[in-house]
Design a binder for this molecule. Structure first.
Ligand SMILES: Nc1ncnc2c1ncn2[C@@H]1O[C@H](COP(=O)(O)OP(=O)(O)OP(=O)(O)O)[C@@H](O)[C@H]1O
Ligand SMILES: [Mg+2]
Length: 215
């Protein structure tokens, strides 16, 4: 491992986004290992979850029996996100680390917004209310058609979100696409239909550029 790299001023906040089965979680160990090789300190978190509150809320979020509506989902997500930010993300960034979150706020706009139909202005209002002003420095949007994502996770026992229908994920994908078009500097679309090795090559190459520009 190259340990010669000084801490990144302000850290580097990387998020992984995309629908189910796109390849986000599979990329985590690859990105971690690459960062370590380059001499960066790394931490990995996830949403829903991340901080202690979000992790405690995660089974509640995924519980079918609780009859959660879209607004209750949103309130749970943002309570968890604020705690995730305060307990994990902000301290890691302050320590100059690369913080990788497996899903973050773009998923809220995609799933609760696109999927469930909550107006994006309503989500933005709650986002503003939490007082988190920093956006990810880079977001990888793993883009796959819903049928391919679903096929990849077919062997898994589907959770509450994974049981949504194809139209839900088509709408969610549409929101990721809109957000990528609106913020092309932050959101990098990765063609996640490619073989895993090519996806991972693309991630490493794009992250290397972003970290170099960030220094
Ligand atoms: N590009 C790819 N080619 C082939 N298989 C892939 C590819 N990307 C991921 N997979 C496989 O698809 C499955 C789902 O991938 P993974 O768990 O990384 O998706 P995810 O985006 O984290 O999904 P979820 O949102 O459900 O957590 C895994 O078995 C993984 O090995
Ligand atoms: Mg995953």
């Amino acid at each position: 491992m190259n340990t010669g790299m000084p801490p990144l001023a302000g850290g580097f906040f990387l998020t992984l986004e995309g629908i189910e089965g796109a390849g986000k979680s599979s990329a985590v160990p690859v990105l971690m290992e690459w960062c370590h090789q380059q001499g960066y300190a790394v931490e990995v978190t996830r949403e829903p979850g991340g901080g202690p509150l979000g992790e405690a809320l995660r089974p509640i979020f995924l519980d079918d029996r609780l009859q959660l509506g879209a607004d209750e989902e949103l309130l749970l997500l943002y309570a968890g996100r604020r705690n995730h930010w305060l307990t994990r993300i902000a301290p890691a960034l302050a320590a100059g680390k690369v913080l990788i979150s497996d899903r973050y706020e773009d998923s809220t706009y995609a799933y609760q917004g696109g999927g469930r139909g909550v107006p994006s202005a309503r989500i933005a209002e709650l986002a503003r209310w939490t007082g988190i002003t920093r956006q990810p420095d880079l977001t990888f949007w793993f883009d796959v058609p819903p049928e391919l994502g679903a096929a990849r996770i077919r062997a898994r026992h589907p959770d509450r979100m994974e049981r949504e229908d194809r139209e839900f994920f088509t709408r969610a994908r549409g929101v990721f696409a809109e957000r990528c078009a609106a913020e092309p500097q932050r959101i990098a679309r990765i063609d996640a239909t490619q073989p895993l090795a090519l996806v991972h090559d693309a991630l490493r190459a794009r992250l290397a550029v972003a970290l170099t520009c960030h220094r």
